[in-house]
Design a protein around this ligand. Sequence first.
Ligand code: FES
Length: 557
Amino acid sequence: MSKTAKVTVDGRSVDVPDNSNALEACRAAGVEVPHFCYHPGLSIVGQCRMCMVEIEGMPKIAASCTVPIRDGMVIKTDTEKAHAARNSTMEFLLINHPLDCPICDQAGECKLQDNAVTGGLPVSRTSEARRQYPGYERTDIGKHVIADMTRCIQCTRCIRFCEEITETGELSFIERGGHTIVWTHEGRALDNELSGCAADVCPVGALTTKEFRFRKRAWWLDKTRSVCTGCEVGCNIAVEHKDRVVHRFIPRVNADVNDFWICDFGRFRSEELNEQELFRPVVRGKETSWGDAQDAIKAAVDAAQKDVLVLGSAKLSTETNWLAAQLFGKHLGANVEFVVDRGDRHRVKNKKADGNVAGWLEGYEAAPNSRGAEAAGVTRGGDTGALAAVLTGTLLPKVIIVLDAAFSAKAEDPAVIAALRKAGTLIVCSRRRSALAAAADVLLPVGGVHNDEGTFVNVQGRVQRFDCAYIPPPIVRTQLEILTHLGKKWGLFDTRWTARSVFEEMRATVPGYAGLDWDSPALVGSAPSASPAAPHDVLEAPAKGGLGLPALQEVGS
Ligand code: FES
């Protein structure tokens, strides 16, 4: 069990783990000490000298991030000496920093800007031209990252990230003295599987990602808690969006899953969420209403008399899969199955049990929720599953319902589409135009994961909640809504049910869900941070809950 020490910060007493440093003790006491090079996921180097404080018993002011705390330590951040030291550091940095906040994409989430505004000197005592770095401005240094050395404050966060987290070591100081810059080793690119995080840790605008540069000012962005759907690791992310457009994913802190990081594969999938191409239900080539589409589905399923295959999806929430299993499997006696692709390895580093040594958490499945789908009662398909039998021609259901047209790479295979098309009625839920969508007898337009809420179960078996960033466009529905409306047709479900009410019902029967609380921090994770450069500066966003709707009714059998 970790021990604690009692520390006093500006007269406030606080208990902190005894392996903390003085800067962390100040944060625990609610006192923000300006800093640049300190990052909770990286080693301590005391590089920037911004976090200066006075400590009783120490003859000189000290860089608080470098001072291990001891029981009884008294820290003073609000003294003349501490302010003078921090002001000197700021002035020294600003002598050569361009005054380009209006055109810098880090503005609004820049620690230099924040510290200048909150604690810097009100006037500049220099008028000389700022230092220039010809050849090192706005330069492409890797697949995703642009570097601009005129803005670098040489805090070494990015260098340490590439040494300590990815262990690829692409970045280093080159040149000496006033010419020092951070750059890639000659002939190399900043090219590792987490390279976007190097831009995240940059406290200024020296490293920015190509995909997000100049897309949107950071202060306009709404932030929604979510979980990456790229693989089974389930990295905690914030979906940052505005006016129904997703602009980027950034990591949310979760020491047990992704710590402070996400991989590039997951991060740069954000644009996919803007690809909504279908907006109205279509029955046999004619656009129609939801009511007519649902009637067509009910008529086809009733006529098929259990000869129905429903494909759930490891890309959909456990709640959605559970509704499918209850309605089609338990009540209507259909085959309800999902298949999941084994993809490339994606991984992220997190803390090991001792809290210090970083380890890789790896995922191979190209979907976030195979464990949740299985727990919900959907059968994991394989070489001997129902879909496999359809593909070999040994099974020909009268009705096939595909709950997610992107359930697998197989969905783009003409041979698979031809096999599915042999069903008397093919029903497909899709966001995008595709060959499978075009082959459907009944095509239902659905939103993306950001238009819904629910839970996933990751590779560790951890249940994690994701929130709705914004509701789907008019007429478009989520799969959960489609299933509650369809369930009502058979007198089973209530169209007012939400993911939360389904979750609460599921807890009684779904393995791993017993006793879980929709609003518990374990499920919800941390709030989105105010800035990717300051992952521990979290926004105090209220937890989103359900709509207070009535409890779920008994599901018939
Ligand atoms: Fe302490 Fe940089 S944050 S020296």
